[in-house]
Every structure is written in C-alpha cells, then in structure tokens.
Design a protein around this ligand. Sequence first.
Ligand SMILES: [Zn+2]
Length: 75
Amino acid sequence: MTISPTSGLRQRTCRACGRKFDYPVKGGAATRHHCEDCVAVSAETRKILERLSSRVTQLENQLRRQQEKSAPPAA
Ligand SMILES: [Zn+2]
C-alpha cells in the first residue's frame, strides 16, 4: 500500500483489476473498491474479475514467499 504524500487523496487498489487509483476524485465514477473502468462493467462481470484478481494476488504472494525462501535478501 502506497499513500501519496503530496495529494490528500488515498490511493486505493481496485478489487477487480488490481489497478491503483486515487479516491475520491471529484466527479470521478470510481467507488471505494473499484476503479472507474470496473464500475462501468456489469456486476456479474465484476464478480468474475474479482475472483480472478484474488487468484492473481494469491499467486503473487506464493511467488514472493518462494523467492524469499530461495534467495534471502543480502542486507
Ligand atoms: Zn478496476
């Protein structure tokens, strides 16, 4: 999680596509959990995207754990 110190906006990660986006943006369509692209698709599609996204996140975490195990950081 990175929070930009220069803007007062919270940076959020879209639950469906994993994109980082600023929220709230004045006049923006994005919601707390979804970026403006994913807000535009239907709820059914978004549900599938969320499922895939959570799998990707799981795989990323697994990969990171394996990398840490095989190559511990030098410092
Ligand atoms: Zn999105």
